[in-house]
Design a protein around this ligand. Structure first.
Ligand code: SF4
Ligand code: SF4
Length: 227
C-alpha cells in the first residue's frame, strides 16, 4: 500500500512541476479549489496524496533526522495558529499586487514549496502542516466536516501510541480517560501512516464515528467537538 501512495504522490509532484514549468500555475490552484470541496466528503486527501509540499517534506524530514537538525520545539510566535491565516492573506494579496502592478505571475506555489522544506529541515512536519501552511488552514476549515475519514475502532485499540509517533500532523492521540486513540478530522491528512504501524489494524477509512469528545484545541481553530 505504501508504495502505491508513494507513486501517487510522485505522479502529482510531476504534474505540479510540469504545470509550473509551462506557466499554468492557475490550473494547480483550480485543482486545489476542487480539493476543498472534496475535503467535505473525503477529508484532506489533497494534503495526504496530492500536495507537492507534503511529498517533499517527507525526504526533508528524513534528512533533518539524519543530520540531527530536528527539534521537538515549536516557535512560540507561531503557537497561536493565527499566522497560517495571515500567510494566506499575504500570499493572495502579493499575487494580486504583482499581477496588477507588474503584470507578473508571482510564483507563490514554488515559494511555499521552498518554505515547507526549509521549515521541515528544522521542525517536525506538524509545525508546517498545522501552524504555517496557508493552504492547510483552508483544508482544516473544510476537512472538519468530512463525511469519510480515518477512524479508530475502540474495541481493537490497545493504546500503544505507535500511531501517534507515526502521524505527521499530530492528528491522532490516545485519550487519557480510556487509553484509546481518536483522530481529529481537521488535522488528519488521510495519509495512512498510522494504519501502517497499528499492530491491531484498528485504523480504517470510512464514515465518521459518532464519538462526541473534545480531542484537543487546535490553535486558531474552533473547538473540535463531535469528531
Ligand atoms: S497504533 Fe493502533 S492500537 Fe496502537 S494506539 Fe494507535 S490505534 Fe490504538
Ligand atoms: S491520523 Fe493517520 S491518516 Fe491522519 S494524518 Fe495522522 S497518520 Fe495520517
Amino acid at each position: 500500500m505504501k508504495w502505491i501512495v508513494t507513486i501517487i504522490r510522485v505522479l502529482f509532484l510531476g504534474l505540479f512541476i510540469f504545470l509550473i514549468a509551462t506557466g499554468n500555475m492557475l490550473l494547480w490552484l483550480a485543482l486545489f479549489a476542487v480539493s476543498l470541496i472534496a475535503a467535505l466528503f473525503f477529508g484532506r486527501v489533497y494534503c495526504g496524496y496530492v500536495c507537492p509540499m507534503h511529498t517533499l517534506m517527507i525526504p526533508a524530514e528524513w534528512l533533518s533526522k539524519k543530520l540531527k537538525l530536528q527539534t521537538n520545539n515549536k516557535p512560540k510566535w507561531l503557537k497561536n495558529g493565527v499566522f497560517a491565516w495571515v500567510f494566506l492573506v499575504v500570499s493572495a494579496a502579493a499575487m494580486l499586487l504583482f499581477q496588477k502592478l507588474l503584470h507578473i505571475n508571482l510564483p507563490i506555489l514554488p515559494i511555499w514549496l521552498v518554505i515547507s522544506v526549509l521549515v521541515t529541515l528544522r521542525y517536525k512536519p506538524e509545525v508546517f502542516h498545522n501552524l504555517v501552511c496557508p493552504f492547510g488552514a483552508l483544508q482544516r476549515t473544510f476537512g472538519r466536516f468530512a463525511l469519510l475519514t480515518k477512524k479508530v475502532d475502540k474495541e481493537s485499540c490497545i493504546g500503544c501510541r505507535l500511531c501517534e509517533k507515526a502521524c505527521p500532523s499530530e492528528s491522532i492521540a490516545v485519550q487519557k480517560e480510556d487509553k484509546k486513540a481518536v483522530i481529529d478530522r481537521r488535522l488528519c491528512l488521510q495519509c495512512t501512516d498510522c494504519a501502517a504501524v497499528c499492530p491491531k489494524s484498528a485504523i480504517t477509512y470510512g464514515r465518521k464515528s459518532n464519538v462526541k469528545k473534545i480531542i484537543k484545541d487546535v490553535p486558531g481553530e474552533p473547538p473540535a467537538i463531535g469528531l
